[in-house]
Design a protein around this ligand. Structure first.
Ligand SMILES: [Cu+2]
Length: 138
């Protein structure tokens, strides 16, 4: 009887301690530029990833994989906000994925992928539209 009571106390204590852990302090991505499955215009762009908590910039990471297929680790800008990771990249048109890894102050690492597309952005300065009838006779 006594043993069973101790066991129950131990289980209850474990449950309480587990619930008391700051699970909500994990870094969760709240907004980003680009957004998941979003688009950016080609050129020099600032990428930004915002989280719900402060993160350790030095032990967090942004890895960009573009059309070449070769992953590149982007330097985190020192001016990034306490709850954000900012980086700059020169982007050419194509398909990209950013893999982010964030270390929250509770010591937990979270990760995620943000796929996005880069467009040329020069929709007006592309090939001039042919005049109707210009290639009619041949
Ligand atoms: Cu955590």
């Amino acid at each position: 009887m006594t043993r069973r009571c101790l066991l129950l106390v131990a289980v209850a204590a474990g449950v309480v301690m587990g619930m008391a852990a700051p699970a909500s302090a994990h870094a969760i991505l709240t907004t980003s530029t680009p957004k998941p499955d979003g688009t950016l215009v080609a050129g020099h762009q600032t990428l930004r990833f915002d989280y719900n908590s402060r993160i350790d910039h030095r032990r967090s990471r942004l890895t960009l994989t573009g059309p070449s297929g070769k992953p590149v680790v982007l330097p985190i800008l020192p001016a990034s906000a306490a709850n954000a990771l900012d980086a700059e990249a020169d982007l050419v048109p194509g398909s990209y994925t950013i893999r982010w890894q964030a270390l929250a102050l509770d010591g937990h690492i979270t990760r995620g992928d943000v796929p996005f597309t880069v467009n040329s952005g020069s929709t007006r300065s592309g090939a001039p539209a042919a005049h109707p009838g210009a290639s009619a006779s041949r």
